[in-house]
Each structure stands twice: as structure tokens, then as C-alpha cells.
Design a protein around this ligand. Structure first.
Ligand code: KIV
Length: 263
């Protein structure tokens, strides 16, 4: 696979082509994801749940993400690598810059932060300091204690409108990717069409430019439960490399996510 950069993803968007991405936490899987030609990897703070066994992402630290980012980078030089900034690591602009520096030095090409329009200043300052930023909107798992659970976002009009306004403001502030989690397909479509930057979805229907999945869900090995918006690709294929290749193909061909995986 040729080296993937943000320009590659912008071109895919402008050509109307879909792309797949997946979470990754170690060198062996990352190597295999390169072989399967997955253009974007995320060292997600979901590692707090799928690797560490917590019931939320809140206990994850910058050191945890940096450690896994180094391992993922060691196994894969060509996928675009995003690293999640964990809970409270970007509570103010100064901390965001210091902690993003740690993750970029560990091998990330971009950092991801969760929130809304309040992050515009952080996005602007990180971008000014040469750190590309992806902003995660919709269901933001670090806010589980404020949201009162993991729920679909944007069904009521005021939240629907504010997520659109936030996405536009964050693009204007410099965000290079917007990631939407668990929003209605209708909302995801409006945002994907309104923005110039690529939009990646999870539980947002097949209308976004890219899809992302937690690798444990794609392989049907999640410890707790399999979300309704995910699919086990290991079952029909029987081996990991073919499962990931099938995931990539179904995203590229608009087969996955299907209506049954969509809000
Ligand atoms: O942490 C993570 O794995 C994520 C994905 C669910 C997008 O943020």
C-alpha cells in the first residue's frame, strides 16, 4: 500500500470513493491491516474497554495511548495513524499541545479529540503548531457520565442542529477529519455533504466518506457485547486477513453498513 496522507483522503472524498478504517493497538495486527490495505488506523481509547477491561474509556492515560501508538507504528508505516487523546488530556489548550506532542512523537500522524464547538480554539492552536486534528462528534464516549449512557445522538432537533453547527465551526477552525458516532443517517448525510473535509462514521450509516470500526467488533471477539451497528467479518471468512479484506471491500462497495446497522 502506498503511504496514506490527509491528501489521499481528501482526494477519495472529492472522487466520491469510500474508505475503511479500523482501531489497532499492536504491531502484529497493524501489519496485517496494512496487508489488507486499510488506509486509516486509530489507536482508540476504546483500548480501555477492549484491552484493559474497563466499562468506559475514562481510565485511559496519555502514556497508554503513546505506548500503543509506538507499537502500531512499528508494524505499519503506510496507513494514516490517528491517536486518541484520552479523557482530560485536552482540558485546556496548553495540556492539549503538550499531550498531542507526546502522541505525535510516538508515531501518530493526527490526534483525535471528542467534543463540540467548544474545541474550536484547541483545534486552531494544535493546527497552528502542525498537529492535524480529527474531531469526534455525536456519541462521545468520554462524556458517558454526562450523557447518562451510550445513546444515539441527534434525534431531537436542537441537538441535530447543534451537531451540524459544531461540525461546520470545527472545519472552519482547521479540523482535518470529522468523526461521527451513533447519529442518524440523515444527520450524517447532511454533515458529509456540507463539509469539504472527510467525514468518518461509526453507527452513522453508509453515507459518510469513511467508516471506522473497533477491530474486536469486526472480528467478533468483543468481551462484552457486539453493537448493532457492527458486523462480524470473521464468521464468513474464517481467517483474520480475509475478514479485514472483506470489511474493506464491503465499505468500498457500499455494502457495509447496511440498513440493519443504521439508525
Ligand atoms: O476509541 C475508539 O475506538 C473510537 C472509535 C469508536 C471511533 O473512538
Amino acid at each position: 500500500m502506498k503511504k496514506v496522507t490527509i491528501s489521499t483522503l481528501n482526494k477519495l472524498k472529492s472522487d466520491g470513493k469510500k474508505f475503511a478504517s479500523i482501531t489497532s493497538y499492536d504491531a502484529s495486527f497493524s501489519k496485517l491491516f496494512e496487508e489488507a490495505e486499510v488506509p486509516v488506523l486509530l489507536v482508540g481509547d476504546s483500548l480501555g474497554m477492549v484491552l484493559q477491561g474497563h466499562d468506559s474509556t475514562i481510565p485511559v492515560t496519555v502514556e497508554d495511548i503513546a505506548y500503543h501508538t509506538k507499537n502500531v507504528r512499528a508494524g505499519n508505516k503506510n496507513s494514516l495513524l490517528m491517536a486518541d487523546m484520552p479523557f482530560m488530556s485536552y482540558a485546556n489548550v496548553h495540556d492539549a499541545c503538550i499531550n498531542a506532542g507526546t502522541l505525535m512523537r510516538a508515531g501518530a500522524n493526527m490526534v483525535k479529540i471528542e467534543g463540540g464547538g467548544w474545541l474550536c480554539e484547541t483545534v486552531r492552536e494544535l493546527t497552528r503548531r502542525s498537529v492535524p486534528v480529527c474531531v469526534h462528534l455525536g456519541l462521545t464516549p468520554q462524556s458517558v457520565n454526562v450523557m447518562g449512557g451510550y445513546k444515539v445522538q441527534g434525534r431531537d432537533q436542537s441537538l441535530h442542529d447543534s451537531i451540524i453547527a459544531d461540525a461546520l465551526a470545527l472545519e472552519e477552525a482547521g479540523a482535518k477529519i470529522i468523526l461521527l458516532e451513533c447519529v442518524t443517517k440523515e444527520l450524517a448525510e447532511k454533515i458529509t455533504q456540507a463539509l469539504n473535509v472527510p467525514v468518518i462514521g461509526i453507527g452513522a450509516g453508509n453515507v459518510t466518506d469513511g467508516q471506522i470500526m473497533v477491530m474486536h467488533d469486526v472480528l467478533g471477539i468483543s468481551a462484552n457485547y457486539i453493537p448493532m451497528f457492527s458486523k462480524n467479518f470473521l464468521e464468513p471468512t474464517g481467517n483474520i486477513l480475509d475478514a479485514i479484506k472483506l470489511y474493506v471491500k464491503e465499505v468500498n462497495d457500499l455494502i457495509f453498513p447496511a440498513e440493519e446497522h443504521t439508525f
